[in-house]
Design a binder for this molecule. Sequence first.
Ligand SMILES: CSCCC(=O)C(=O)COP(=O)(O)O
Ligand SMILES: [Zn+2]
Length: 196
Amino acid sequence: MNLPEAGALLAAECARYTELGWMRGTSGNLSVRLSDDPLRLAVTASGLDKGELTASDVVEIDATGAPVSEGALAPSAEAGLHGRIAAVSGAGAVVHVHVLAPVLAAERWPGGVELRDLEMLKGFGRAAHDDLVTIPVVRNSQDMQALGDAFEAGWRADTPALIVARHGLYVWGSDLRQARHRTECLEWLTRFIIEA
Ligand SMILES: CSCCC(=O)C(=O)COP(=O)(O)O
Ligand SMILES: [Zn+2]
């Protein structure tokens, strides 16, 4: 996939999340893998209304989140965490949304949000009757190295999500569609345990 193709996909995907109310204001950011070796991602540009992106509102970054070339647009302020997640997990796409339920769940269970015996776990890539699925929670930081270290310390290959406390949700998958399906299911799951 080249950068303009990735940009068109990311813009369309952001519009869907905005419709759901999960990218309020200028919140949220998405990335998709462009190449493996060296690792390159297309990430949404920083500070824009994510519901109004065009195919050119993306930036090519390396595994550290740094732009690979000079350009007018800055990559997402959270590009470094996208790069780290993609590098560690092998994900093809990473979603970050400011959806409320996971953040509320992390406020209630700051040591990790536990889910068990719920059919929607299947949509998250787990069995409905898995013993226990724990979504890791990390403290918020403006330092992407610190956030990346915290992510990596709690990372498990079978749990493609991370909640950043008082901030938002990260979910990843093999491509943008799988990451979206997982995000939608995890939003349902965390809303369920909050409301239950
Ligand atoms: C009101 S959004 C604050 C920044 C943030 O958390 C976010 O997700 C958007 O940052 P970006 O640099 O990707 O626009
Ligand atoms: Zn954010």
